[in-house]
Design a protein around this ligand. Structure first.
Ligand SMILES: [Zn+2]
Length: 304
């Protein structure tokens, strides 16, 4: 026993520090803030924080409850200056002003936001108008721009026609964000791909099956595809929902066709939550990779 103890002490003192150092941070990690949709049943609305090299950097959607989850997780928002909005339904954007509020109150200096989201159509404003309606000069929360920190907003409205091509929207220090138009009923929508140090994560946002060819293009060989799973296979959900959302069988087909290495199902509806085995079975018909159901506050390292 004494010999063993002596050996352990010798190992601790003689080995170089790097041997005992903590494992390297994953290139990308996704923290699920909200894994639900528009129904209030205990999950926050859709929202994620993406950690780049271990540091929170990107907010993807800001559904109701994101603010609370950020606080519960003690996330450091100091470098979160990029916001990617898949679309402007309330369950994806209702906490955006609250996020700006939370971020400003932990900031040491001015904040220069870059916000990306879809162009407008019908009842939906373009993203630049939406941000203006919140925190612009005549916005509902105009005070926010100087509350806690000086804020500036560079907002880019993204093309929403399904004919649009896959576009690179940022490329800095190896961190690349790309997007492509999707389709979500009458609500303009886009999907995003984030790549860093050779690993990639794709966010489908809410989309109906008419946008799958675009999604497959964007998700090609990604390490993780986060697909919003809000309906059961037909006829399990109300028929009008299939004009808004992609059913599990088709999600499985898209995951297979794009060659993604893993699948995280999020934006879960109560009936999907109640029938996880059937949903998994539908996806397994085409896709053999790992399938996980999201929950609020889940940490998901991407790739390797
Ligand atoms: Zn939604």
């Amino acid at each position: 026993m004494k010999t063993l103890m002596a050996l352990a002490v010798a190992v601790l003192f003689l080995f170089p520090a790097w041997v005992l150092a903590a494992p390297a941070k994953p290139a990308l990690e996704v923290v699920v803030l909200g894994s639900g949709g528009p129904r209030a049943f205990g999950r926050a609305g859709s929202s994620y924080i993406v950690l780049v090299g271990g540091k929170p950097r990107i907010l993807v959607d800001a559904g109701p409850g994101a603010f609370l989850r950020i606080g519960e997780l003690g996330l450091d928002l100091d470098k979160v200056d990029t916001v990617l909005l898949t679309h402007l339904h309330i369950d994806h954007s209702g906490d955006l002003a609250a996020f700006f509020n939370a971020r400003a109150l932990t900031s040491e200096g001015p904040i220069a936001y870059r916000v990306f989201g879809p162009d407008g159509a019908g009842l939906f404003p373009k993203t630049s108008e939406f941000v203006d309606l919140l925190v612009g000069k005549d916005g509902a929360f105009a005070y926010q721009k100087t509350f806690g920190a000086q804020e500036s907003f560079l907002v880019r409205d993204l093309a929403i026609s399904l004919n649009s091509t896959r576009m690179k929207i940022t490329d800095e220090d190896g961190l690349v964000v790309e997007e492509i138009a999707t389709h979500h009923g009458d609500c303009p929508s886009v999907a995003y791909r984030i790549t860093y140090r050779g690993v990639a994560v794709v966010f489908s946002g809410d989309m109906d099956a008419s946008a799958l060819p675009n999604l497959v293009k964007l998700a090609k060989n990604a390490d993780l595809l986060i697909f919003n799973c809000a309906v059961l296979d037909p006829p399990g959900s109300p028929s009008q929902l299939y004009d808004l959302h992609t059913p599990p069988r088709k999600i499985g087909e898209a995951a297979h066709e794009s060659g993604v290495k893993s699948l995280l199902l999020s934006h879960l509806a109560p009936d999907v939550e109640g029938q996880k085995a059937a949903v998994r079975h539908s996806i397994r018909a085409s896709y053999a990779g790992p399938v996980t159901f999201a929950s609020d506050k889940l940490h998901v390292p991407v790739g390797k």
